[in-house]
Design a protein. Structure first.
Length: 692
């Protein structure tokens, strides 16, 4: 109703947004009917359950909640799995207790209540409640607590009755699988916070601390159910949770899509190419696809947090540096966002603890805020290759018919900047952009273009989709391991493209230059590997298959570490005008003969204590690649003496510099490689390349 009023005012003033001024009106998407906010939160819950190697859509789980079935978020959330066993819930009127519910029976009853206008827990069919349970008014002075309720809620002793606030206390602390917040109020804080800090006086009497939670997972459909410090404390005590702005973002995202679609379609309406009724019909027909686009965003943000979480301990330094940089620029106040101080980060480092998911969610958010503005202020939205992101943002029925109208969209630049930001940060994490900038000296626009080129050259989207398709088939941690392999390769390829001479800002040119060679190289593998390399490849492939990956995907993942030299091979093949197959054989044989592959792995494993270590390690990687490329070019120019093996011919010549270098590399293999040793080894390879 309020949306219609706002849109009517907009129309009366002939404002360009028309009825796209406010979302969710009579001609917009009904969030409660779609259940979109709850469905977005459920993407987080499914991810958390997968982290526990459980599937909440096929196996029963226990749950307690805040809210009632008439509410959009709570009601829809409690209908998203037929395996939800809701043991207890409360809202501002009632407390619902069902100690041992039948999942199927209780689902049907919750569904009935959801459809019942203005229902409350009092409308629940008491005959469907298990022994020892009932519905109680919060106005009662005392509520009976049965033996069954004590067992379900983990209430110790022989307590036979509790005041309502104490019973709700017990519900919040129940030892269940899931706590689903779909209500209003702040119920969980940190130990060091006072009720005054929380600012929700109505719930002071029943609030608990994060460490008191005994649930495995918290899902935040509602806003502000926990303080940020409360989330962090809960996470540090083993609870799986994100933040409210991650879990319940689907409602806002749906509004964004609705508004942008209306802006798009209002253009042909004004031109007389589409009637308003036709626009409304088309808008409604795309509801399911809009939902899929929105939920894909929720899914990817959860994947991003899982990737960052898996790297959180050994990449804690980069997170700390990111915080300090944003702080110095006045873009972040770590106290307001409850992020740890430098001293706290140092303390976590000593006990091998990283940032929690709620803290990582803050960094993910700030990375997007900062990068979005940087890209909006650049020429990225004008890049013809990235205009595909504009088309990809909209549902399929609009992509072809209204492609021209998309180019006239008043928020075209903002949509492209948002899409590029989300794509990169969700796949590469919060600190990727800053690290690439500092390592290469390139602008945010340059990094974004190089990343998009790398993603297209490698065809990463295909692998990501195949890995996603294994949800529930392979362990969540195994999926993350596979994604981290791709992350590592894309990071390397992006850096390589940023360091190459020439125009890194021509995405289409880079894709055209390197994609065919990349495809030829992947087709040539593993045949062009050395026997040792092939054996390692086969072991890797068998490992992925053993973990449940299909044969082709296992083969693709086994290729990923080998492709660290892919762009070097393609570039060398272009310069030498020789086949990808021959050049790749030379690269792999030379890499094994001079211990280059071993040295690359040693460099990758060097400890990173600061940003300077990170930059030093990156420089060593770059230098090693450059020397391997230079040496391979020499080998390719060497006659093979009739033995069919140019590398063997090159290695067997009488060259004192070569003999000395190989001897030194043999000696290094028996050392613990550190930064100085790696630098010396690279210097010797450079001398060998120059001397030859």
């Amino acid at each position: 109703t309020f949306s219609d009023i706002a849109n009517a005012v907009s129309a009366q003033h002939n404002y360009w947004l028309g009825d796209a001024f406010a979302s969710g009106g009579s001609a917009g998407y009904d969030h409660k009917e779609m259940g979109i906010t709850a469905k977005g939160g459920w993407e987080s819950i499914k991810r958390h359950f997968r982290a526990l190697n459980r599937d909440c859509q096929t196996h029963d789980f226990t749950c307690v909640g805040i809210g009632d079935m008439s509410g959009d978020v709570f009601g829809n959330g409690m209908l998203l799995s037929k395996h939800t066993r809701l043991l207890a819930a409360f809202d501002h009127r009632h407390i619902f207790i069902d100690p041992n519910p039948d999942a199927a029976v209780s689902f049907v009853e919750r569904e009935r209540m959801f459809k019942l206008p203005r229902s409350s827990w009092e409308d629940y069919d008491k005959s469907k409640i298990s022994a020892g349970g009932s519905v109680y008014a919060r106005a009662l002075k005392s509520i009976p607590v049965s033996r069954e309720a004590r067992a379900a809620l983990g209430i110790s002793g022989e307590v036979e009755a509790l005041p309502p606030n104490e019973l709700m206390h017990a519900i919040l602390k129940a030892p269940v699988d899931l706590l689903w917040n779909g209500g209003i109020g702040t119920y969980i804080k940190a130990t060091g916070e006072t009720s005054a800090d929380v600012g929700d006086r109505a719930n002071n009497a029943l609030r608990i601390d994060g460490h008191e939670l005994r649930c495995k997972i918290v899902g935040e459909g509602g806003n502000l159910g926990l303080t940020q410090k409360g989330r962090i404390e809960a996470a540090q005590h083993g609870v799986l949770l994100n933040t409210d702005f991650i879990d319940n973002s689907a409602g806002v995202d749906t509004s964004d899509h609705e508004v942008n679609i209306k802006i798009l379609l209002n253009d042909p309406v004004r031109r007389g190419e589409l009637t308003l009724e036709g626009r409304n019909t088309l808008l409604a027909s795309m509801t399911d696809e809009v939902e899929k686009l929105v939920l894909a965003d929720n899914y990817r943000q959860n994947v991003a947090l899982s990737l960052m979480e898996h790297m959180s301990v050994h990449r804690l330094g980069s997170k700390a540096h990111f915080i300090r940089v944003l702080e110095a620029a006045g873009q972040l106040d770590r106290q307001i966002e409850s992020l740890p101080s430098d001293a706290e980060i140092a303390e976590r480092k000593t006990r091998h603890a990283g940032l929690t998911r709620p803290e990582l969610a803050i960094l993910l958010s700030y990375a997007k805020i900062v990068l979005y503005q940087q890209l909006l202020d650049s020429d990225v939205p004008e890049d013809p290759y990235l205009s595909k992101e504009l088309v990809r943002y909209f549902p399929h029925p609009l992509r072809e018919k209204y492609a021209q109208a998309m180019q006239r969209h008043r928020l075209k630049r903002e949509i492209i900047a948002t899409a590029v930001t989300n794509s990169m940060v969700n796949r590469m994490g919060a600190t990727f952009m800053l690290r690439m900038q500092e390592d290469t000296g390139q602008t945010p626009a340059g990094v974004a273009k190089a990343y998009n080129a790398a993603r297209e050259i490698f065809d990463a989207r295909t692998l990501w989709a195949q890995i996603k398709g294994l949800d529930g088939t392979v362990a969540e941690g195994t999926q993350i391991d596979a994604l981290l392999k791709i992350w590592s390769l894309l990071r390397h390829m992006t850096r390589w493209l940023l360091n190459r001479p020439g125009n890194v800002f021509d995405i289409a040119g880079l894709v055209e230059r390197y994609t065919p060679g990349m495809a030829q190289l992947r087709a040539a593998l593993p045949a062009t590997l050395t026997p040792t390399g092939r054996a390692s490849f086969e072991v890797d492939m068998e490992k992925w298959q053993g973990l449940g990956f299909p044969e082709q995907l296992a083969e693709d993942l086994a290729e990923v570490p080998v492709l660290a030299v892919a762009l070097d091979i393609v570039e060398t093949a272009r310069e030498s005008k020789q086949s990808i197959e021959r050049v790749s054989r030379v690269f792999f044989e030379l890499g094994e003969a001079l211990d280059i592959e071993w040295l690359r792995n040693q460099i990758e494993a060097l400890p990173v204590e600061s940003r300077w270590h990170a930059q030093a390690r990156g420089s060593l990687r770059d230098e090693l690649a450059a020397q391997q490329r230079a040496l391979a070019a020499q080998v390719l120019a060497t006659p093979d003496a009739g033995n069919g093996n140019a590398v063997a011919t090159w290695l067997q010549r009488d060259d004192p510099v070569l003999k000395f270098t190989r001897g030194m590399l043999d000696e290094i293999r028996n050392q613990n490689v550190d930064y100085p040793i790696a630098s010396v080894a690279l210097r010797r390879l450079a001398q060998l390349a120059n001397a030859t």
